[in-house]
Design a protein around this ligand. Sequence first.
Ligand code: NDP
Length: 289
Amino acid sequence: EKTPVTLLGLGAMGTALARAWLAAGHPLTVWNRTPARAAALAAEGATVAETAAEAVAANGLVVVCLLDDASVEEVLAGTDLAGKDLVDLVTGTPAQARARAARSRERGARYLDGAVMAVPPMIGAAQAGGYVLYSGSTEVFERHRETLAVPAGTVHVGEDAGFAALYDVALLSAMYGMFAGAAHAFALIRKEDIDPAALAPLLADWLVAMAPSVHTTAGRLRSGDYTGSVVSSLAMQVAGTPTFLSTAEEQGVSPELLSPYFTLMRRRLAEGGGAEDLTGVIDLLVRHG
Ligand code: NDP
């Protein structure tokens, strides 16, 4: 017997989730503000509820995939959450997730927050590499482990409801740093007779080769030792920065994406971190107090 699921929200992501659960044989009750979006799913076997309250009443497991936290507040306002296992897949901040967890507890529900690390086409596709980060109620996560694993892989990152959102934003922030670096790299070759497609495979391989350095960084942050077995010292790397800035200038490229990182590297060097690697820059970013 497959666990019945209630799903609120049938946008691009909600519809993909719905199809995955239907395909896996889970009884599914859906509700969407605009009823037309539920019609196709009804034909595929979903039960369409007239109201959000009716959908919530139908099953013990309630999954929410609406636009934002404000829409969750609005939609759940008229529902009875007592005794429900509420899984919130809406993207938000850690503070929003913690507040939502507290509100849910007040209303008698157990709360699990989820952050979807996938785009809709990756949902329900075997081996697609997408996954959902979960945090909050371990009880809910364990009880519904198999059901939650139907749309994508699952990773539970802690009992603190805010952690899934925090990991989500951390991963996406690193992604934007990578995009920024790639943008600068492509800008450098733009005025030359170089095919961007010639740079791309070298760039992709280089980024992949450098990516495991995050393990070294994690080890240094845990031990507090930023200077042991340093391969490329901060002093050496700062000495190299004029080459990067001059090359940007020669190529007529703005250094605005690269400069902020170099500024932090120079400040750490000035504060005596020359024998370290780049780990010390992290400490400069964290505001205390
Ligand atoms: P869509 O814009 O496709 O759908 C939004 C959904 O929210 C619709 O069902 C819409 O209903 C509903 N909605 C919006 N406002 C309200 C409201 N005030 N009251 C009731 N319902 C409302 O978004 P997605 O499905 O793509 O995204 C859903 C969540 O999943 C978001 O939090 C998003 O950040 C997250 N996500 C999405 C990813 C993606 O690639 N799409 C990737 C990872 C996470 P209606 O049909 O009536 O407009």
